[in-house]
Design a binder for this molecule. Sequence first.
Ligand code: HH2
Length: 273
Amino acid sequence: MSAAARIMGIVNVTPDSFSDGGEFLNRDRAIAHGRDLAAEGADILDIGGESTRPGAEAVTAEEELMRVGPVVEALVRDDGPPVSIDTSKLAVAEAALTVGASMVNDVSALRSEPELAELCAERGCEVVLMHMLGDPRTMQENPSYDDVVDDVKAFLAERIEFAVGQGVDEHRIWIDPGIGFGKTVEHNLDLHRRLGELADLGCPIAFGSSRKSFIGKLTGTDVHDRVGGTIASNVIAYANGARMLRVHDVAPMRQALQVADAILDQDSAASYR
Ligand code: HH2
């Protein structure tokens, strides 16, 4: 049985990511980590060289590329799971796609460098458009919405329209509510509960809640001790329609998804009887 959602394993080649900053800045360690996640069952590896945690400092394209370039290249060469580049920068995405990445995961939803849309159209890659209120420096300063789900949905509808207008194939677009990106705990919970409303937009839903601070606020746990909360969040998101789950801890997510899938999907569970 294969699960109906892809598991995206996170490889952060950064000194300052909120949960694993500095752990994999060394390129050999980052590559080894990507291989470990592939062995644990990741369906795709998401490689990022710039932290987007609240208050994070921006990095130049040169610096970002120096961090991620060799890691993307090595993991593509492995012939393992496909590789996604987590960037908002045209130059970084272009270099990664050129050496074989097949997805651009842009937390700015093509707003940072709008020419990135044309590049994605030209290369025919998949694109993740994520919602964020403001930018990483300011997004957690008193975020507010009329209705968080309606507002996120309207934003994503506009971003899909932009991308398609620039030539991106609508079948290659993923949408993501951007858990933790300019959201209170209650906003994040509402987005879990009402995730299914985003399905009206016609694109598959990606979801990224792994180890995020709302889990810490709900449970009082440190960032390295949030696997249980991460699994609960992602299983609910999956049940509510998410079809790509971006996580640090691939093996427990894979196991949780196999069980969730057997419960939720009668047809695939039948193969076990
Ligand atoms: N979250 C982070 C980074 N990229 N991409 C998508 N599509 N969805 C997300 O929710 C998302 C994302 C933040 O998590 P992480 O990469 O672990 O931390 P940092 O940005 O500090 O490197």
